[in-house]
Design a protein around this ligand. Structure first.
Ligand SMILES: NC(=O)C1=CN([C@@H]2O[C@H](COP(=O)(O)OP(=O)(O)OC[C@H]3O[C@@H](n4cnc5c(N)ncnc54)[C@H](OP(=O)(O)O)[C@@H]3O)[C@@H](O)[C@H]2O)C=CC1
Ligand SMILES: CC(C)(CO)C(=O)C(=O)O
Length: 306
């Protein structure tokens, strides 16, 4: 199976790198700056599961050539429209597109352009790109889940599963990917909203006066919106993330928080703004979610001015 990763950043570089290391046929669609860096230094993964430097196959937008069997979309939400334009030559009648983005807005955007090619994808990992362009994995968990959004079995997702398995990370074909994507958003919106608003890790917020209560209230707002507008999380999942989100001493924080404190652009609209808009449509009051979103919008506006 020929797989094209669109983006060789924190998530695409990590999972695409592990697949390439395991001998899968992986190519990265990159832009000129990243291409130059990767050609010069290779793609380095620094990870609790082992470090490696690879010489990955790269293509630029004007050299994509023939369609791929699978395209894994691993860009930030604010790069989505451009990436969809750029990857167009890679999409043929039998290509599947698996997005790794957090949130759900991208599902509608991709569906509009490439309808039947879209399958569901969820990525659980904590990775970042360091100042030298190397991918650093910050915690040991690493999982990709995927499947048809309508829950059916298909030959194409079975083939994808065969390519993803045994490549050095947990890989899982699931009939409940759509619910899992909404669940991931529930976790991420609460964790990202809270870490950014309070400027700290889960453990730091839990230790602050009122921190635990704020987190649980934000979770409640997010769950109400997602259960009304999307697919309600299952009870076991909610119990697990409730424990994780208020865990004493936890060093966990979301990738959006890491982006915020390092002055990078943040996915404010995709992760929080979209939920605020859905809440408004249903008349659901979300004071904490709205505060977290407004706070990030200030950062976005400051960045745009500077
Ligand atoms: N990092 C994490 O721990 C996790 C992130 N996520 C989610 O995964 C998604 C991707 O995030 P992440 O990997 O962290 O983001 P990064 O910013 O680290 O990587 C995105 C990469 O995409 C590249 N890119 C953007 N547009 C294009 C394009 N048109 N053509 C080719 N390459 C392009 C960028 O390249 P360039 O260098 O040229 O800008 C960059 O290297 C987000 O939605 C995020 O929320 C989910 C789970 C965990
Ligand atoms: C919540 C987490 C760490 C899980 O992968 C994540 O998706 C992120 O930080 O963006």
């Amino acid at each position: 199976m020929r797989i094209l990763f669109v983006g060789a950043g924190a998530t695409g570089g990590y999972f695409g790198g592990r697949l390439a290391q395991a001998g899968r046929d992986v190519t990265f669609l990159v832009r000129s700056g990243r291409a130059e860096q990767l050609r010069r230094d290779g793609l380095t993964l620094l990870s609790p599961h082992g470090d490696v430097t690879l010489q990955p196959k790269l293509v630029l937008v004007d050299s994509i050539g023939a369609p791929y069997d699978a395209v894994v979309l691993a860009v930030k939400a604010y790069g989505l429209d451009q990436a969809i334009d750029d990857m167009a030559p890679a999409i043929g009648p039998d290509t599947m597109i698996m997005p790794l983005l957090n949130g759900m807005r991208h599902v509608e955007v991709i569906r509009e352009r490439h309808g039947a090619a879209l399958i569901g994808g969820v990525c659980k990992v904590a990775t970042t790109v360091d100042a030298d362009g190397r991918i650093r994995q910050l915690a040991p968990f690493q999982e990709l889940a995927y499947g048809e959004l309508d829950g059916t079995s298909s030959q194409r997702t079975a083939a994808l599963d065969a390519a993803m398995r045994d490549a050095g990370f947990a890989a899982r074909l699931t009939p409940t990917i759509e619910r899992e994507m909404w669940e991931k958003w529930t976790l991420l919106a609460t964790m990202g909203g809270m870490c950014c608003l309070m400027r700290g890790t889960i453990g730091e917020i839990e230790a602050a006066p009122g921190g635990r209560e704020f987190t649980l209230r934000l979770l409640d707002e997010v769950v109400r919106v997602i259960s009304t507008d999307g697919v309600a999380p299952n009870q076991g999942f909610l119990e697990t993330i409730t424990r994780q989100l208020v865990q004493e001493g936890s060093p966990m924080a979301s990738s959006m928080y890491r982006d915020l404190i390092t002055g990078q652009p943040v996915e404010a609209d995709q992760i929080l703004g979209d939920l605020v808009a859905r809440a408004k449509r249903h008349g659901i009051d979300t004071p904490l979610l709205s505060a977290a979103y407004a706070h990030l919008c200030v950062h976005v506006a400051q960045k745009a001015r500077s």
